[in-house]
Design a protein around this ligand. Structure first.
Ligand SMILES: [Mg+2]
Length: 229
């Protein structure tokens, strides 16, 4: 007999909330903060300067590609130091906090929190994200038994490390777990590769782009999971 499903893993960005408006607003707040406390930054540096800082940091340490908080903090530090602040590191930490606060102020897709509440009464829920959303700051820690991100695990989805960490933490085999996410490769292909069941959250109703086998289920949004699980 098949083992019962016990663990539901969720992607965060673009699965529980649309991420683009969150990042745009967070960058806007960061800019306002710097304009107030370090106006030279945006007066003297262009978008190309920031891109150059970013690329130099990534070239020096490729692991920063999935350590998004550290990367953003270091780029801010480079910018502040370049325009002449001796205390660039402390100022970068403070500026990052402004960004990070806004980054964790999200507008959930309709009905999502209610659906997570209902599912959390029947299953163990986990969050698996390549991004740097913070479950505590989001106020979601009462719903998720645990969470992993690329920065903590040391490798982003679709690599197996994050999915395997979740199975190990829950003490379950892959056939007892399902991963739910919007990304065909990072979420669906990655989870299927370790043997987990998969749900593709396909808000736009696009055809399955592949590669690899289609997901076990496709839903337009998280509340539709209540019809499956
Ligand atoms: Mg996503």
């Amino acid at each position: 007999m098949a083992e019962p499903l016990r663990l539901l893993c969720f992607d965060l960005d673009d699965t529980l909330w649309p991420v683009r408006p969150v990042i745009i607003r967070a960058e806007h707040r960061l800019r306002n903060h710097l304009d107030a406390v370090a106006p030279e930054v945006y007066r003297r540096l262009s978008a190309e300067d920031f891109t150059a800082f970013r690329e130099a940091r990534l070239a020096a340490d490729p692991s920063l590609r999935h350590r998004l908080s550290a990367l953003r903090r270091l780029v801010l530090e480079d910018a502040l130091r370049t325009v002449g602040y001796a205390d660039a590191e402390a100022r970068a930490v403070e500026a990052f906090e402004v960004f990070f606060d806004a980054r964790n102020d999200v507008a959930y897709f309709e009905g999502t929190l209610e659906a997570l509440e209902a599912l959390s009464r029947r299953y163990t829920l986990a969050a698996l994200s390549n991004g740097n959303a913070d479950i505590q700051r989001l106020g979601l820690d009462h719903l998720f038994a645990f969470h992993f991100n690329a920065e903590g695990v040391g490798a982003p989805k679709p690599q197996p490390a994050m999915f395997e960490a979740a199975l190990q933490r829950a003490g379950l085999g892959p056939e007892q777990a399902v991963h739910i996410g919007d990304h065909a490769v990072d979420d669906v292909q990655g989870a299927a590769a370790v043997g987990m069941k998969t749900v593709w959250v396909n808000e736009s109703g696009a055809p399955w782009p592949g590669p690899g086998p289609a997901p076990d289920w496709t839903v337009p949004h998280v509340p539709a999971l209540l019809e499956i699980f």
